[in-house]
Design a protein around this ligand. Structure first.
Ligand code: NOJ
Ligand code: CA
Length: 702
């Protein structure tokens, strides 16, 4: 008892006055969020979370199951508890904002089993004003140098039936449409057998994170994890009756466990972002703050950029990745097409480079330049198929890199691994050396298909470690990584600023070939409050030819003005202008893409509700110009912009790109009005957004 009293004294500074006995507590710097930790009579550990004196997470237990060891669950005693505080400001080398405030109070609880085998572990709790995080630390134990985790059982006991925006807890892919339902109706199993996914595995009624919720009184929560290192990704199992979420780690059927680690080690942080209104979720920097500082130092060799590429033309069926045969994206079945449709030819690449150079676009992605595409999708044995250094005979790798460089443009390398990571790892050093030699500083990777070897999944520990190896190899050769079919973003861009963007959601490509009608208009107004909280997104906006003449069943559910808005709304330090150069020629709206920034000093979320609409303003680092983007779901709406965020004493020319009065995402998607006017701080403007529409504004300093 004495030691507990000392503990209470120790953590007294952060205690709330309604303290129960034997409770260790920590509150956030402004006092709005609090965490309590306690042991029950059986010595089982639990925590609770409060926000503004209301309970947000009620009694939630934490335990682990191991292979060949009994569970770590009961008979625990508290050995010690300490508190720490930090208030620092760190700089993003590129990002949504330049400076990030990292301010928290931390409680570290040291625990030990009172009975044999007397294992010890620690729990770190951090209370921030924008949410909370906690992680476990496993310590060296006598006679044990590593542990094999069969299950982590971290509970999150919610107190009401939240409205939830979720994708299923798929172990292999995040490219599902978001669903909106109450926790009591959440049914992830019904999302199995998706016909447009090359790989999918949904073993439980679980969701992937970030998963975002809104309560009756308007409180918003988003659950995720930070610093996913050498561990399995976490899904959250949902109990429809009790509203309890429980961690469910992604497993490996090949290895038969979830995680194997040498001791000591720390798990990723389990995070809850807590916001009184939806827009504050986007403001939150909790996920990056829970990662370690920059390990790479100066990464100025990577410059945020817009890019075009030989990409959309394959997705809409105009050309092929492969030189000799062809894959059909609709069926994933090999078909032989007439030859002569290869996209990545020297001539075609020059056309894209010339277009980029003329239009303030600094990158050109080329997919299908290397050998192996004849055996890409639809093949069981994809091991050893791709070669990451050998171009097809009609692609002049070195000549084109130089041609681009001469025009101030950089080629973006492409490495599709066909989900055969061992083949990729064998060639990794050579492939990245080649990029270094060519002066190429970014690569888009891809992992389409079921992972080889069988029994591994995209989000398990084995793949988490593979993705990390690639990031480290990239760092060694000054190459930044944009992974498709990736592991989710957990804020590692802070530690490794060569982690620039990733897919990890249902991107624009689905609009070219999905058999379910494409992304609905509510998709991106949900993404902004879910997937985007994890980190930068390679969504690839910018379709101007929205009707998709080569794909009569796939007109995109967007207006042209909405495509422009996405350059501001969806954050990434690399933003594609994905349409074909010929579709941009002579289009006045393309001026917005020429002008818009990609690297920001500040971000201000002006308004938004999950799944309905969102408007974001961002100030460009280099120029001090501001850009605004707003998007809506299937409902038209009027939004009023208050230019209060602008800099004092500066006047701006505002160029407004908005849906025309008769625009509509289905019937009249390209109807756009472009107007200019002068604005200053304090001006206001109201804008009408069409169904499935949006608006974009450039605010250019005069
Ligand atoms: C899937 C990626 O998401 C897509 O962008 C890419 O074109 C294909 N893989 C080929 O690598
Ligand atoms: Ca994809």
């Amino acid at each position: 008892m004495k030691s507990i009293l000392t503990l209470l004294f120790l953590v007294g500074t952060f205690m709330s006055c309604t303290q129960e006995p034997n409770t260790l507590s920590v509150t956030s710097p402004s006092g709005n969020n609090g965490i309590d930790f306690q042991l029950n009579d059986d010595g089982e550990a639990f925590y609770r979370v409060q926000h503004n004196n209301g309970t947000v997470i009620d009694t939630s237990y934490m335990s682990f199951d191991f292979q060949n060891q009994k569970s770590l669950k009961e008979n625990l005693t508290i050995l010690n508890a300490t508190t720490h505080s930090l208030n620092e400001t760190w700089e993003m080398p590129w990002g949504e904002q330049k400076e990030v405030v990292n301010r928290y109070n931390e409680l570290v609880v040291e625990l030990e089993e009172a009975t044999a085998p007397h294992r010890r572990f620690n729990i770190y709790f951090r209370a921030y004003d924008d949410g909370i995080g906690f992680r476990y630390e496993f310590l060296p134990q006598q006679g044990i140098d590593s542990i094999i985790i069969m299950d982590e059982n971290t509970e999150f006991q919610l107190t009401e039936d939240y409205t939830t925006w979720w994708i299923p807890g798929d172990w292999d892919i995040y490219e599902h449409l978001y669903n909106t339902s109450k926790l009591s109706d959440l049914d992830a199993i019904s999302k199995r057998n998706h016909q447009d996914l090359a790989q999918t595995n949904i073993p439980e009624n679980a969701v992937n994170t970030p998963v975002t919720m809104r309560g009756e009184n308007g409180l918003h929560l988003s659950f995720h994890e930070a610093n996913l290192t050498d561990y399995a990704g976490m899904t959250l199992k949902v109990d429809n009756e009790t509203y309890q979420l429980t961690s469910e780690l992604v497993g490996s059927d090949r290895l038969g466990y979830k995680v194997k680690r040498a001791l000591p080690f720390k798990t990723p942080w389990r995070t809850v972002q807590i916001a009184d209104k939806a827009t504050e979720l986007i403001d939150s920097k909790l996920i990056v703050n829970l990662n370690e500082p920059n390990k790479l130092g100066d990464v100025s060799w990577f410059e945020p950029k817009k890019y075009v590429g030989i990409w959309w033309e394959m997705h809409i069926g105009k050309s092929t990745w492969d030189y000799a045969g062809s894959q059909d994206m609709n069926t994933f079945i090999e078909k032989l097409n007439p030859t002569g449709r290869h996209g990545a030819t020297t001539e075609n690449t020059k056309r894209y480079i010339d277009f980029a150079a003329k239009n303030n676009i600094k990158g050109v992605l080329v997919e299908g330049w290397n050998t192996g595409w004849e055996h890409w999708i639809g093949f069981e044995d994809r091991e050893g198929v791709f070669d990451f250094v050998t171009p097809y005979p009609d692609y002049d790798l070195e000549g084109l890199t130089q041609y681009a460089k001469d025009k101030g443009v950089e080629i973006i390398m492409h490495n599709e691994t066909s989900a055969a990571p061992r083949t990729y790892e064998q060639q990794l050093d050579t492939a990245y050396q080649l990029m270094h030699k060519l002066g190429i500083h970014s690569v888009k990777t891809g992992y389409v298909g079921k992972i080889i070897p069988n029994g591994e999944y995209h989000h398990g520990q084995w793949m988490v470690n593979h993705y990390r190896k690639v990031v480290e190899m990239g760092a060694k050769y000054q190459v930044a990584i944009n992974a498709h079919e990736p592991i989710k973003a957990t804020g590692l861009r802070r530690t490794y600023p060569n982690v620039i963007a990733r897919e990890g959601l249902r991107g624009q490509e689905f609009n070219a070939w999905a058999t379910d009608g494409g992304n609905p208009p509510e998709h991106l107004p949900i993404v902004a409050f879910t997937r985007m909280l994890a980190g930068p997104i390679d969504f690839t906006p910018g379709v101007f030819d929205i009707a998709l003449p080569t794909k009569p069943d796939n007109q995109i559910n967007t207006t042209l003005a909405q495509q422009l808005a996405l350059y501001v709304v969806i954050y990434s330090p690399i933003q594609m202008a994905c349409d074909l150069p010929e579709n941009y020629e002579g289009q006045p709206a393309f001026q917005f893409i020429r002008d818009v920034g990609v690297d920001w000093d500040k971000t201000v979320v002006l308004n938004g509700e999950v799944g309905d609409f969102v408007t974001i303003a961002r100030k460009e680092r280099k120029t001090g110009n501001w850009f605004v983007g707003g998007i809506t779901d299937e409902n038209s709406r009027e939004l009023t912009i208050d230019f209060d965020f602008l800099d004092e004493g500066v006047s701006y020319e505002a160029v407004i790109y908005k849906d025309a009065a008769d625009a509509h995402y289905r019937d009249n998607p390209t109807a756009i009005d472009i107007e200019s006017l002068d604005v200053v701080k304090g001006s206001t403007l109201s804008v009408d957004l069409a169904e499935g529409g949006g608006f974009a504004i450039s605010l250019l300093k005069k």
